[in-house]
Design a protein around this ligand. Structure first.
Ligand code: SF4
Length: 155
């Protein structure tokens, strides 16, 4: 997997102060996508062990307390990304305490494969669905168009 950007301290993508990872690779090609540079799977930087370690370290940092991890993109549930994302969310559960995981995907929850659902098992809040320009609504929190849904899976 590749990633585009990592924000170790982020107050925009989800509630509270968070770590946010924007992964590379998205096949939805939504018209009006604000993040087209993330579409290619090989764009950005390789997501390696050092990057995974850094996220865990940041989540456990007691100087700036993070509420959790946000996974966006690109699409963290792109079939080519699910293996690495699953390994990461497993680490978060195993190596941090009380951190929530939010995940944004262009897929709809009902259409997720078994491999994608295995990731969702570790996710607290899922924001799903493609961005539909005709349903764009700037007043929405944490999503760009009205068709997108926020599923509070564990909270
Ligand atoms: S799912 Fe998100 S990143 Fe992918 S094309 Fe749609 S708006 Fe862009």
């Amino acid at each position: 997997m590749h990633y585009h950007q990592y924000f170790p301290v982020d107050v925009v993508n989800g509630p509270g102060t968070r770590c946010t990872l924007f992964v590379s690779g998205c096949e939805h090609q939504c018209r009006g996508c604000y993040n087209q540079s993330t579409w290619r799977l090989d764009s950005g930087h390789p997501f390696d062990q050092a990057m995974s370690d850094r996220i865990i370290q940041d989540l456990n940092d007691t100087r700036i307390r993070r509420r959790g991890l946000s996974l966006s993109g690109g699409d963290p549930l792109h079939p080519a990304n699910v293996g690495a994302v699953l390994a990461l969310v497993r680490r978060v559960r195993r190596e941090t305490q009380g951190k929530d995981i939010w995940l944004w995907t262009g897929y709809e929850r009902e259409s997720l494969s078994e491999a994608q659902l295995a990731v969702i098992d570790y996710v607290d809040v899922l924001v799903d669905g493609p961005f539909i320009e005709a349903q764009k609504d700037m007043t929405l929190q944490w999503r760009g168009s009205r068709n997108q849904r926020i599923h509070a899976l564990t909270l």
